[in-house]
Design a protein around this ligand. Structure first.
Ligand code: 9MR
Length: 382
């Protein structure tokens, strides 16, 4: 019997009857390897993960995911905070990181009612900007941003959340759509395609499991195509609760979205475990509720039964995604660890939520394990 040289002391100790030292655990399996034949597996990353200041987060991104979306760095407010003043430093680092790590890089987002500075809709005297001027600003922003990253961004969320939750109509209460109507959306898609004809272009929204909202989105997508404009896919955000929407509702919505022949992607997946006042199911960032201790029950940790419930929920969701892998091109989790998730601050500030796959210290959660096992089963069943 021969031992490699470095194992000799171990063998010797074992022969002497001493307890054998711990065997090093195998490197944890990477979700992106398991999902490779199904869909891209992405994650939204914040400024500290882009720069590497959050080393733990950045390492998780590097090893587990093959697609990245900037959680905030490419929004209008950050890219063009003042008229004509473009600030690309962080977005440049985001794109460079994606290229360095060989990841699919997603651009988020060109036209949205939130995180667009007030100046965009105003003249210098504070009065409302004209339709022509607003179109000019929109086109200039898109030409500049998409043009800068031409060939480096796989796909853009061109328009985000233009449709109302309640009835699927256009959000004409927001300046973009009050001033420009659907024409603004058409202009955005046209400008993005012109600036980078190779980039995929998406319409992105939440609550697409709600049939009324989904119908509105499908109607809008139809109108975009009827104009002869280029659109590749529909992003379904996937900001979910533990029990809502049901797996059956998610399943139906995928079938419906895929029937357009467009790519379907889950662009912002997370699952809140916290109570939701009002039973509000959407992700409208402007909706904020008052704090109350009973609405923040897990400040000191998530009880094991809840943890298990979250893991089962993730397994159920990924089983539906895997079933539809021919239509789904990407699933992106909205946040790297529970510590950095936006859900700690919305729709009530200062809570402690547990919505993603890695815990506050960066360790994989039972939800990670259930996603891993579901992906592995789906891969092996193929
Ligand atoms: O996660 C983002 C959070 O850090 C920002 O404060 C917020 C600002 O509006 O936007 C969050 O991301 C949103 C995404 O861009 C679009 N869909 C809803 C997401 C959650 O609000």
């Amino acid at each position: 019997m021969s031992f490699p040289h470095r194992l000799l002391p171990l063998a010797f100790l074992t022969l002497l009857g001493c307890q054998s030292p711990k065997i090093e655990p195998a490197a944890p399996v990477a979700l992106r390897d398991l999902s490779r034949d199904l869909f891209h597996l992405g994650v939204a990353i914040n400024a500290e993960q882009i720069t590497g200041d959050d080393r733990i987060g950045a390492d998780i991104v590097a090893t587990q995911f093959d697609s990245i979306t900037a959680e905030n760095a490419m929004k209008w407010q950050h890219l063009q905070p003042a008229p004509g003043r473009f600030e690309f430093a962080l977005a440049d680092r985001f794109v460079a990181l994606g290229r360095r790590e060989g990841k699919q890089v997603i651009g988020h987002t060109l036209m949205w009612h939130s995180q667009t500075p007030a100046w965009v809709f105003q003249n210098t005297d504070g009065s409302e900007v004209s339709r022509e001027e607003l179109l000019r600003r929109l086109r200039e922003h898109i030409r500049t941003v998409v043009g800068r990253y031409k060939g480096q961004i796989a796909g853009w969320d061109v328009v985000n959340e233009a449709i109302r939750d309640e009835d699927g109509t256009l959000r004409t209460d927001k300046p973009w759509y009050r001033i420009l109507g659907e024409e603004g959306i058409f202009a955005a898609f046209a400008a993005a395609h012109e600036a980078d004809p190779e980039a995929e272009l998406y319409y992105n929204d939440y609550s697409l499991e709600n049939p009324a909202k989904r119908a509105g989105v499908l109607k809008l997508v139809q109108a975009i195509r009827a104009r002869g404009l280029h659109i590749d896919g529909i992003g379904s955000q996937g900001h979910y609760l533990l029990k809502s929407p049901t797996a059956a509702e998610i399943d139906t919505s995928i079938t419906d979205l895929a029937s357009t022949g467009l790519k379907v992607m889950f662009t912002e997946l997370d699952v809140t475990v916290l109570p939701r006042p009002d039973h509000y199911l959407g992700a409208e960032i402007g909706k904020v509720f008052a704090q109350a201790p009973e609405l923040d029950p897990y400040r000191d940790g998530l009880p094991a039964d809840r943890q298990a419930e979250l893991a089962r929920r993730y397994a159920e969701i990924f089983a539906v995604f895997a079933k539809h892998h021919r239509s789904i091109t990407r699933v992106t989790v909205w946040g790297v660890t529970d510590r950095t998730s936006w859900l700690n601050g919305w729709p009530i500030r200062g809570r402690t939520d547990y919505p993603v796959l890695f815990d506050r210290a960066g360790a994989p959660k039972p939800a990670f394990e259930s996603v891993r096992d579901t992906l592995r089963r789906a891969r092996d069943d193929r």
